[in-house]
Design a protein around this ligand. Structure first.
Ligand SMILES: [Zn+2]
Ligand SMILES: [Zn+2]
Length: 799
C-alpha cells in the first residue's frame, strides 16, 4: 500500500486544494467561507442540590463538572420547571437530564423516570450510559418491541428508569396503565430526547400521546416535570410547548468546548452549454441548444474526496442515497488509481444494511488511518462512533439544519481544526442556501412544526384516551379545548363514544386501532415479483405518483420498474431494472376552498389560511431519456380520483396589479406556476418538512377567489402544520423564494429555481422572470402594515 500519510497535511491543505480548483473555474464554486472559531468551554459548579452519590459516579466517569448550559437546564428541571435544552451535537445534553432525574431517584427511593427516544439505538445508548454509573436501586431498563415477555414483567415491577419510545407508550404502557400504576404514581420526570424529530402528522400524534400520559399520571396522583432535548431550531420553546401542551422554558446557549471549523459552501460550476441534433419534421437534423446544467454534486464530491485522500486528510462524505454513496466511492477509487495505482484502496463506501463486523472493520480502518476516505449515507448519523476525522463533505443539503450540523459535527479530532463543505445539488433550497449563508450560520428560522388540532389525529387519539379512562369535561381542555369538544361530539354521533354522567366512554370492546405514523390509508407494499421479497413501503398518499404501473422506482438507490400497482391489496409488484429513461407522472388537480381561518387584506394582494378540498387524479406518465430529458412517449393510466381535505395557505393578486407590473395576461399562468414551484421548494427553510409533504396549485383565475391565485397545501389529511407555518412567516418565506429565483443564473428556469421534480404538468408553462415580478408585487403589498382579520369576518371563500 502506498503511504501518503507520512506528511499529513490535513484540512488546511484540502481547503487550499479546493480553492485552487475553484480558481480554475469561470465563477468560483466557493460561494462562502464561514470560520467557526474554537470555543473553550464554560463550566459551572455542581448544583448544590446534586445528590453526592450521583456526583461521585459522574466524577468517576471523568466528568469533573457540568457545562453551564447543562447546569442551567438541570436546575430548572430540579425546581419543577419544564425545560427544553436546544444546543448543538455533542454538547452533552444527556447530563442535563441525568443530573435531576438520577438525583430525584436517589432522594426519593420510590420515584420513577420515563425516558422517550425516537430510535431503539439511541435508547440502548442511553441505557448503557445510565447503567455504567452503577447507581444502586435505579435498575434502568429498556421497554420496547424487543423486550421479552418475562422481562417486561420485571421492568414494570422493578425498574425506576424506563427507556422506551412513543409507539410503546401508545400501544402498550398507556392502554395497560393499571399494570403500570406503581410506576406512574411516582413519576417524577419525563425525558423526551431528540424532540425535534416529532414533527408533521407523526409529531401531532405524539403530542396527544404525551397528553394522554399526563392525564394518566395525574389520575395516579403524579405531576411529572418534562425535560426535552432538541437540536438547535427556530423556536425550541414554542415547539416543545406544542408537543407537550405545557409551558416550557428554553436553554439555547451552548457552553461546551469545540474545535474550530472552516465551513465552505460550494455550488458546482455550470458545464459548457451543449447542443444535440434531433430530427425535424422533414427528417433533417437540427441542432438544439440544451439548457445549461451544472456538474453533478456527486461528481464534485468524488473529486473533493480524491483531493482529500491525496492531501492525507481523513474525510467522510455524506451522500443522500445508498446508490450515490457507492457511486462517489467508486468514482473516487478510479481517479485515485489513475494517479497512483493502489491508492484507491484507501476509500470505501458505507451504508445502512452492512453487517456489524463490516461496520466495525471500517470504523477501525478509519481510526488507524488505513482508510482515508469514506462515502456514506446518513446511516452514520445515529449510533456509530467515528472519531478522528479531519473533514466532512456534505453532498446535498440533508433537509434540516439539525441534520446539517449533526453531519458537520463529525469533523474535528480532539480540539483540532476541521473542514466542512456543503455541496449544493440542483435544487432551489440548496441553491438558496449556498447563496444565503446567513440562513445556515445566522439565527434559524426553521421551526419544528406539528398540529395537534388536526381532526384526523385528534379524533382517533380521543378514542384512545377514552378507552384508557372516560374523558371528562375537564380533560377536554387538555386535548385542545373547543376543537376537542367538537371532535368528541362528532365521535358521539358516530357511536364511537357514549356520554354518561361521569364522562365520555369508548363503546367498543377492543381498543381503537391507531397508527402514530398513519398518513391516511394503508401504506403500499413494494414487493419484488420474482422473489416475493418486501422491499419497503410507500405511504398511501404518494403511491399513485411513485408506484403507478410502469414507474421507475428508486428504492435505497436501486432502480426497479413497477409491473403492477394493485390498489385493492395495497401492493406494487416490481422487478429490478435499470432503464435509460425516467418516468414522470402527470396529474390533474382541483381545489376548492371550504373555509377561511384567517387572512390579510393587502389591497391588490390577499393572503389566506384555510381549509380546502383537493381532488387529484394521476392520469398518465411520460418516459424521458436520462441525460437529455427527451420525451420518449406519454402513456395513459387508469387510476381513481383521490380526495384530500387539508389546510392550505394561498395568495391572490389582482390582474390589474399583475398587468401594472408588466406581465401580459397570457403570461399569468407561467408566472404563478413558477412562483408556486419555487415556494414549495423553499418551504423547508422555515418548517421541518420535505417538499414531498407539500402540494400546490396555481391558476390565472380560481373559481373561489375570482383572482390569479397560488395555493400551497399540506399533503396530509387535516394538515400537518406546514401551511400554517408558511402563513405565519409568509413575508420571510416569499422573500426567500423571490431571492432563490432571482439569483439563479439560468436563463429561463432550471431545477435550481422554478422547475419541480414532482410537477404534474411536466413543468409547463413556467415563466421565471415573471415569477420574480409576481413575488415583488406580493411582497410590496404585504410590507404595507395592515391588521390581520379574524376568520369570522372573512368574506365567503376568501374572494
Ligand atoms: Zn434556474
Ligand atoms: Zn407544476
Amino acid at each position: 500500500m502506498q503511504c501518503v500519510t507520512s506528511t499529513a497535511f490535513g484540512p488546511a491543505e484540502l481547503l487550499h486544494r479546493l480553492r485552487a480548483r475553484g480558481a480554475a473555474a469561470e465563477a468560483s464554486p466557493i460561494t462562502h467561507i464561514e470560520r467557526v472559531p474554537p470555543r473553550s468551554g464554560r463550566q459551572a459548579p455542581w448544583p448544590a442540590w446534586t445528590d453526592p452519590g450521583v456526583r461521585d459516579a459522574l466524577t468517576a466517569r471523568g466528568i469533573t463538572a457540568p457545562w453551564e448550559h447543562q447546569a442551567a437546564a438541570a436546575t430548572l428541571a430540579w425546581e419543577g420547571t419544564h425545560v427544553v435544552l436546544a444546543t448543538g451535537t455533542a454538547s452533552g445534553k444527556s447530563l442535563a437530564y441525568q443530573l435531576p432525574a438520577l438525583s430525584a431517584l436517589a432522594t426519593d427511593p420510590k420515584a420513577t423516570v420515563l425516558y422517550l427516544s425516537p430510535t431503539k439505538a439511541l435508547a440502548a445508548d442511553q441505557l448503557r450510559a445510565v447503567a455504567r454509573l452503577g447507581l444502586d436501586g435505579v435498575r434502568p431498563a429498556t421497554f420496547d418491541g424487543d423486550t421479552a415477555r418475562e422481562e417486561r414483567e420485571w421492568v414494570r415491577q422493578h425498574s425506576r428508569f424506563v427507556l422506551t419510545n412513543p409507539d410503546m407508550l401508545h400501544h402498550s404502557m398507556l392502554p395497560g396503565h393499571a399494570r403500570w400504576g406503581v410506576f406512574f404514581r411516582r413519576l417524577a420526570y419525563v425525558v423526551i430526547d431528540e424532540c425535534h424529530t416529532y414533527r408533521g402528522v407523526f409529531g401531532s400524534h405524539v403530542a396527544h400521546v404525551l397528553r394522554r400520559l399526563r392525564r394518566t399520571a395525574a389520575r395516579y396522583g403524579a405531576d411529572p416535570t418534562f425535560i426535552l432535548a432538541s437540536a438547535t431550531s427556530g423556536d425550541p420553546a414554542g415547539a416543545a410547548s406544542r408537543l407537550t401542551g405545557l409551558p416550557v422554558t428554553e436553554i439555547t446557549e451552548d457552553a461546551s468546548p469545540r474545535g474550530g471549523v472552516t465551513f465552505a459552501l460550494w455550488e458546482p460550476p455550470l458545464l459548457p452549454q451543449s447542443s444535440i441534433s434531433i430530427p425535424d419534421d422533414a427528417d433533417d437534423f437540427v441542432d438544439v441548444e440544451l439548457p445549461p446544467i451544472r456538474r453533478s454534486a456527486l461528481r464534485e464530491t468524488a473529486d473533493m474526496l480524491t483531493d482529500a485522500v491525496v492531501s492525507g486528510t481523513r474525510t467522510l462524505a455524506f451522500v443522500r442515497s445508498r446508490r450515490g454513496a457507492e457511486v462517489v466511492a467508486s468514482m473516487t477509487r478510479r481517479s485515485l488509481d489513475e494517479a497512483v495505482p493502489g491508492l484507491g484502496e484507501r476509500v470505501a463506501a458505507y451504508r445502512g444494511g452492512y453487517l456489524r463486523e463490516d461496520r466495525r472493520a471500517i470504523e477501525r480502518a478509519l481510526l488507524t488511518g488505513e482508510l482515508l476516505g469514506l462515502a456514506s449515507t446518513n446511516a452514520l448519523e445515529l449510533g456509530v462512533d467515528l472519531r478522528g476525522l479531519d473533514a466532512v463533505l456534505i453532498c446535498g443539503y440533508p433537509g434540516t439544519r439539525a441534520s446539517l450540523w449533526q453531519q458537520a459535527g463529525r469533523a474535528g479530532r480532539a480540539g483540532g481544526e476541521a473542514l466542512a463543505v456543503l455541496v449544493a445539488r440542483d435544487d432551489p433550497l440548496d441553491t438558496y442556501l449556498v447563496h444565503h449563508p446567513e440562513a445556515i450560520f445566522g439565527r434559524s428560522v426553521e421551526a419544528t412544526v406539528l398540529d395537534p388540532a388536526n381532526p384526523y389525529v385528534l379524533g382517533p387519539q380521543l378514542c384512545c384516551a377514552a378507552s384508557e379512562a372516560p374523558i371528562t369535561d375537564a380533560d377536554l381542555e387538555l386535548f385542545g379545548g373547543p376543537a376537542a369538544a367538537a371532535a368528541v361530539r362528532a365521535l358521539v354521533d358516530e357511536g364511537a363514544l357514549r356520554r354518561r354522567p361521569s364522562g365520555f366512554y369508548w363503546t367498543h370492546r377492543g381498543r381503537p386501532e391507531v397508527d402514530l405514523r398513519g398518513t391516511g390509508g394503508a401504506p403500499v407494499a413494494v414487493v419484488e415479483a420474482s422473489t416475493g421479497r418486501l422491499l419497503g413501503t410507500v405511504d398511501h398518499g404518494s403511491s399513485h405518483v411513485m408506484l403507478h404501473t410502469g414507474a421507475v422506482h428508486l428504492h435505497q438507490g436501486v432502480s426497479y420498474l413497477v409491473d403492477e400497482l394493485d390498489l385493492e391489496d395495497a401492493i406494487a409488484l416490481v422487478h429490478q431494472e435499470e432503464p435509460d429513461w425516467t418516468t414522470h407522472a402527470r396529474d390533474v388537480t382541483n381545489l376548492s376552498v371550504v373555509n377561511v381561518r384567517s387572512y390579510v387584506d393587502a389591497g391588490p394582494v390577499g393572503l389566506f389560511l384555510g381549509e380546502v378540498d383537493v381532488t387529484n387524479q394521476v392520469v398518465s406518465y411520460q418516459r424521458r431519456r436520462i441525460g437529455t430529458g427527451e420525451v420518449i412517449d406519454t402513456r395513459p393510466l387508469d387510476l381513481p380520483v383521490r380526495e384530500l381535505s387539508t389546510v392550505a395557505v394561498w395568495f391572490t393578486v389582482s390582474p390589474e396589479a399583475l398587468a401594472g407590473a408588466g406581465i401580459e395576461p397570457a403570461d399569468f399562468p407561467g408566472a404563478l406556476h413558477a412562483a408556486e414551484h419555487a415556494g414549495i421548494g423553499l418551504l423547508p427553510l422555515i418548517a421541518t418538512c420535505d417538499r414531498w409533504d407539500i402540494g400546490g396549485l396555481s391558476t390565472a383565475n380560481h373559481a373561489d377567489t375570482d383572482m390569479p391565485t397560488v395555493f400551497v397545501y399540506d399533503g396530509h389529511p387535516g394538515g400537518a402544520g406546514f401551511a400554517e407555518r408558511a402563513y405565519a412567516v409568509a413575508a420571510e418565506w416569499l422573500q426567500a423564494t423571490r431571492e432563490a429565483i432571482a439569483s439563479c443564473v439560468c436563463e429561463a428556469g432550471c431545477p435550481s429555481c422554478v422547475q419541480s421534480p414532482k410537477c404534474g404538468n411536466g413543468n409547463n408553462p413556467l415563466d421565471k422572470d415573471a415569477a420574480v415580478t409576481v413575488l415583488d408585487v406580493v411582497l410590496a403589498a404585504l410590507a404595507a402594515p395592515r391588521p390581520q382579520v379574524p376568520a369570522q369576518s372573512a368574506p365567503a371563500a376568501g374572494a
